[in-house]
Design a protein around this ligand. Structure first.
Ligand code: ADP
Ligand code: MG
Length: 310
């Protein structure tokens, strides 16, 4: 059976305008699984997912309850989001399992991702996260908590954290063990909990790892044949948002690398998906797909989406 990694974008669980309550997230997760439908039985599937909106809400909960209960470190908020989203995905999958007559059971795995403590992003934190603060609060956080903070176009001050490159999925062996025992693993949520190694031990670091780049490392390290990145657009486009925009269909590694190097893909959104795809193919993957949830099945059949091959 063909092994594939499917990475759900943030929008698979929450869309712009959704209230963010648990029932909505479960309902969105059910839509995600039901649009994959019987494809879930045709492949050996591993699921990863984003966590942007969820971890943002957890940080807000931390912030507003700080006088009654201890705020938790950012990396532990990542673990909370893996559990929370994992639960929504579990309920949703079990409903799809029943309706589509699937046989595998789902298993959610807390997953950590190793990063290099000398990654250049640690000296240049650039990813804004969490709530907006006043200038006064920001000054206090910078002094007392040593946060990096930046004013965000008149909306207030926000914390900036490093976004280091993922190197290794620490729970790789556990994922392979789940697969060989017939489970559907959900892992590397939110790019995984960032850890660094020092003196032979791992410790959490306050950073965020791009979920597409982590999914690429995941897919390569478990020898998946395909990496499927599901988001809210049907394709990666050239000249995106301009009148002459053009959808990219089936494309080879050289061509997509040339597009990517010419800087046509936006840094925080499509860029990492393209980089994830390129890295996966370079490390031996056979195909990387970037498309929407609705087009996932057609793309798996080679009939939709952006499809990157060696
Ligand atoms: P996800 O949560 O799935 O990672 P992102 O918002 O990070 O979603 O990335 C998807 C978004 O990338 C799309 O909604 C689209 O607006 C944006 N985007 C930027 N550049 C491009 C491009 N060249 N082609 C297609 N989409 C693009
Ligand atoms: Mg994204």
């Amino acid at each position: 059976m063909e092994r594939i990694v499917i990475a759900f974008g943030g929008n698979a669980l929450l869309r712009k305008g959704d209230s963010g309550d648990f029932e909505t997230q479960s309902a969105r997760a059910y839509e995600a699984f039901s649009s994959l439908g019987s494809a879930l039985a045709e492949y050996e599937v591993v699921i990863s997912h984003g966590n942007g909106p969820q971890v943002g809400n957890i940080l807000l909960q931390n912030e507003f309850s700080r006088n009654v209960t201890q705020p938790m470190p950012l990396y532990s908020c990542g673990a909370m989001s893996q559990g929370l989203i994992g639960l929504a995905l579990s309920f949703a999958y079990e409903r799809a399992k029943y309706e589509f007559g699937l046989s595998r059971d789902i298993s959610v795995l807390m997953t950590r991702t190793l990063v290099d403590k000398n990654d250049p992003s640690f000296t240049n934190p650039s990813k804004p996260i969490g709530p907006f603060y006043t200038e006064e609060e920001a000054a206090k956080n910078m002094k007392e908590k040593k946060w990096s903070m930046k004013e965000d176009s008149g909306r207030g001050w926000r914390r900036l954290v490093p976004s280091p490159d993922p190197i290794e999925i620490l729970e790789r062996k556990q994922i392979l063990s789940l697969l060989s025992n017939g489970f559907l693993p959900v892992c590397s949520g939110g790019g995984g909990i960032p850890v660094v190694k020092s003196n032979g031990f791992y410790e959490g670091v306050d950073a965020v790892i791009d979920k597409d780049l982590a999914s690429s490392v995941l897919a390569s390290s478990i020898n998946a044949r395909r990496l499927v990145i599901l988001t809210d657009v049907e394709n990666a486009f050239l000249a995106y948002g301009k009148p002459e925009q053009e959808a990219i269909g089936i494309v080879n590694l050289d061509k997509i690398t040339a597009y990517s190097e010419s800087g046509v893909f936006a840094k925080g959104s499509m860029g990492p998906k393209i980089t994830a795809a390129i890295r996966f193919i370079r490390s031996g993957g056979k195909e990387a797909i970037i498309t929407s949830l609705d087009n996932a099945r057609a793309a798996l059949a080679g009939k939709a989406g952006t499809i990157i091959r060696p």
